[in-house]
Ligand binder design. Structure first.
Ligand code: PEP
Ligand code: MG
Length: 568
């Protein structure tokens, strides 16, 4: 049995199709430029035609945005600058076309791979893909085309290029396992989008698998079984059926409200880090966005803080994408372990206890005001809730809210349209704020509990430290008491309380949080349907009684046992 990273969940049982790319052995040979330029021209024409054909096939299974990758490939194959560099080498150095193309291509790939920006780094795979196709066309070698598969198979490859994944026909491609890659590699992302099981980073699979052999891909646990026994095939066929049944049942939850068996309604919403994540929230039945971590906008920016228009465009797109559903956008949470390329934070002994989040924004009001203006301008395009991270005191909250009011008044005076229903809330991530929640809720429109930090600060255990990670105990009665204080504090003044830390998507925590009266649960999009299935099967009054007992217990283990018993 081999093990890799389950990148797209599911189980596949089929024969192995080993995808082996042709080897192009490139040598530098002194050549006649006119002849090489003619060869190059023919190869470029075939490369463009190939990509157009792949795009056409892909358009049957991929969404518009995913097809954009082939437009990028076409742009590169038609790029006069790229072609010009190859031609120049042929003309001046009398190199053969293969050698010139490989050299120029390799240089471009290395240039992109060396970039800091993750997005640009990712583009290296596209350039490599186009260059390889060009080289194969120059060398007269055929690239295997996955669109021509005619029987159900599990593809085994070193990695899949964008052209490979674009050519996949779901009818026959039952899944794939690759030797390299991680959860965020291109092939992993495409597998999730196509909803086919995939395991990446399966070291040793290329050497072990033979085309035609039977293979089981358990892309839930990340295990690959080669040459399975009849018993294993039977066992996994049953597992696959059960998985499919569960998946269908979850899909059926997509349009349902999140409501307990006795009619208590809550909101299940998604955490996002960019505009592109909105689709995942909607696809998974999210009733809104509970946390947009805007720091990624700032971390992606190369030379300076992103300007007002750039931010406005991103916030507006998210609000419009969510189509009137509530969107909670968190103001800049930078500092601690989150750094910026263009701004040097002062060295501190304990950066997590130093200048971060709202503390930074109140020190750099110029930066903060730009974000507030962008948010306010975007508020005209949906239901916006703004929240400030890492609030420790009432004064911090009222100072931040004051700046918001000032920018709002200025925009209105300038004649700019702003939303009428903007809510301004407070993240509860510091124990001091949780303890004072009943007072803070006089000033804030809502709370969102950031348990990742709340637990770190309550337990005095750095969330990045492995040796003290045993203290990350969302179900410790101490944490539950802080959560209860926060929820009760919000309700005392008629405000709502959400949670956007990891705890909100924890299946064992959900029954207690429901019982404590949490109004909104914000989690990664892929957890939403499972959470809805759970909440919609619970009785609120029973969970209330259970949660009241949980906060009186001694240890996390006692709470876990109580929850397990209550949901049996
Ligand atoms: C949290 O602290 O729980 C939270 C949601 O914020 P972050 O994880 O971004 O610090
Ligand atoms: Mg936090």
């Amino acid at each position: 049995m081999l093990k890799g990273i389950a990148a797209s969940q599911g189980i596949a049982i089929a024969k192995v199709y080993k995808l082996e790319q042709p080897v192009v052995d490139v040598k530098q040979v002194a050549s006649e430029p006119a002849q090489e330029l003619a060869k190059l021209d023919a190869a470029f024409k075939k490369t463009v035609a190939d990509i157009e054909k792949i795009k056409e096939v892909a358009s049957k299974s991929l969404k518009e945005e995913e097809l954009a990758i082939f437009d990028a490939h076409l742009m590169m194959a038609n790029d006069p600058e790229f072609r010009g560099m190859i031609e120049e080498d042929i003309n001046t150095n009398k190199d053969n076309a293969e050698y010139a193309a490989k050299m120029v291509g390799d240089n471009m790939v290395s240039m992109f791979e060396a970039m800091d920006d993750e997005y640009m780094k990712g583009r290296a795979a596209d350039i490599r893909d186009v260059c390889f196709r060009l080289l194969c066309n120059l060398a007269g070698k055929e690239i295997p085309n996955l669109a021509t598969l005619s029987e159900p198979v599990v593809i085994v490859a070193k990695d899949l290029t964008p052209s490979d994944t674009g050519s996949l026909n779901k009818k026959y491609a039952k899944g794939f396992a690759t030797e390299v890659g991680g959860r965020t590699s291109h092939s992993a992302i495409m597998a999730r989008s196509l909803e086919i099981p995939a395991i990446v980073g399966t070291t040793g699979i290329l050497a072990a698998a033979k085309s035609g052999d039977e293979i089981i891909l358990d892309a839930i646990s990340g295990e690959v079984i080669l040459d399975p026994t009849p018993e294993q095939i039977q066992e996994y066929t049953k597992k696959a059926e059960e998985y499919q049944k569960e998946k269908d049942a979850l899909k059926a939850m997509k349009e349902l409200p999140s409501v307990s068996t006795d009619g208590h309604k809550v909101l299940l919403v998604g955490n996002i880090g960019s505009v592109a994540d909105v689709e995942g929230v909607l696809d998974n039945g999210g009733e809104g966005v509970g946390l947009f971590r805007t720091e990624f906008l700032y971390m992606k920016s190369e030379n300076d803080f992103p300007d007002e228009d750039t931010q406005f465009a991103a916030y507006k797109q998210v609000l419009e994408g969510m189509n009137g559903k509530p969107v909670v956008i968190r103001t800049l949470d930078i500092g601690g372990d989150k750094k910026l390329k263009y701004y040097k934070f002062e060295d501190e002994m304990n950066p997590f206890l130093g200048v971060r989040a709202i503390r930074f924004c109140l020190m750099r009001k110029d930066v903060f005001r730009v974000q507030l203006r962008a948010l306010l301008r975007a508020s005209a395009f949906g239901h916006l809730c703004i929240m400030f991270p890492m609030i420790a005191t009432v004064n911090e909250f009222t100072e931040a809210k004051g700046l918001y009011e000032e920018e709002r008044a200025k925009l209105i005076a300038e004649g700019t349209k702003v939303g009428n229903d903007v809510e301004v809330g407070c993240m509860i991530e510091i124990p001091a704020a949780a303890v004072l929640a009943d007072q803070l809720s006089k000033y804030a429109d809502f709370f969102s509990i950031g348990t990742n930090d709340l637990i770190q600060y309550s337990m005095a255990a750095d969330r990045m430290s492995q040796p003290v990670s045993y203290l990350y105990q969302p179900l410790n009665p101490s944490i539950l008491r802080l959560v209860k204080m926060t929820i009760d504090g919000a309700h005392k003044n008629g405000k709502w309380c959400g949670m956007c830390g990891e705890m909100a998507g924890d299946e064992l925590a959900a029954p207690v949080l429901l019982g404590l009266g949490l109004d909104e649960f914000s989690m990664s999009a892929t957890s939403i349907l499972r959470a809805r299935k759970m909440i919609n099967g619970l009785n609120y009054e029973e969970m209330k009684a259970m949660a009241a007992k949980a906060v009186e217990l001694d240890r996390m283990e006692d709470v876990v046992a109580l929850v397990k018993k209550s949901i049996q």
